[in-house]
Design a binder for this molecule. Sequence first.
Ligand SMILES: Nc1nc(=O)c2c([nH]1)NC[C@@H]1CN(c3ccc(C(=O)N[C@@H](CCC(=O)O)C(=O)O)cc3)C=[N+]21
Length: 302
Amino acid sequence: MPAQLIDGVKLSQQLRADIARRAAELTAQGHQPGLAVIIVGDDPASHVYVRNKVKACGEAGFHSVLEKYEADFSEAALLERIAALNVDPAIHGILVQMPLPKHIDPSKVIEAIATTKDVDGYSVLSAGELVANLPGFRPCTPYGCMKLIETTGIDLRGKHAVVVGRSNTVGKPMALLLLQANATVTICHSATPDLGYHTRQADVIVAAVGRRNTVTADMVKPGAIVIDVGMNRNDEGKLCGDVDFDGVSEVASHITPVPGGVGPMTITMLLMNTLESAERGLAKKQVAVDPAAGMIPKPDIA
Ligand SMILES: Nc1nc(=O)c2c([nH]1)NC[C@@H]1CN(c3ccc(C(=O)N[C@@H](CCC(=O)O)C(=O)O)cc3)C=[N+]21
């Protein structure tokens, strides 16, 4: 029996409908969710992604600003823009599109974003919150992968999840989210001698390497769930993932396609984080003005 497709476009539509409904409620109370997206340089793929993010904001009823800067925009000027957005009450999320030009230190830029607006979940503090099981913004791609796994109805408790890839943006946070869901987690990477040995034991495989055909049918246990985070081009220039989709579909119980799997969910969870940022800001404001709560009103920075 071929694997069931986990449809990221369909799940995104469902989640985005709910996000739009909650955004409209906030807007009616005078607190429309707002996302600022900054892009530096002229990488064409980055411009496509950024355009998609801004478009998704519009469709969800969010306010959004897109700031585009030339490749020679200075680090100091970028940090200044972030400082301004950090105190802009109309902005609840700030995303600086990666990669940045080489003269800009990405770490400096990420850490400059107010934690309350770090909707990418890329900052050291957001990463620490994830490690410590504290509330905070989850990186959008792994967060989206968890939502995709949820649609299978399979409880992760006690299941063996194998993450292939250890990037700070996907592999590492993915492993932590799976761990939070009570899976037994293995992280494999470029120095793992026999990848198939590990993946063949997996009930769930998350492939986030950036190399096509990294996971083939012989490396998958029958009935496994396979989530493909990869975004590569094949010889015909067509978008493909890290998983040999045709082969693995014959073995897995559930599989995500590329495109149409994880990609759309990344943007959906960005909207979700921005919405939740706006909701938290409003909740804080309501507590701050409630005299019964005995709180001193704080300056409006979130
Ligand atoms: N600060 C920052 N945050 C990011 O979240 C971030 C980033 N930088 N830099 C680049 C990567 C890449 N990324 C994608 C988002 C959606 C799709 C997406 O929607 N993909 C569609 C297909 C798109 C197509 O056809 O080209 C899909 O998989 O179905 C892809 C890639 C976010 N990124």
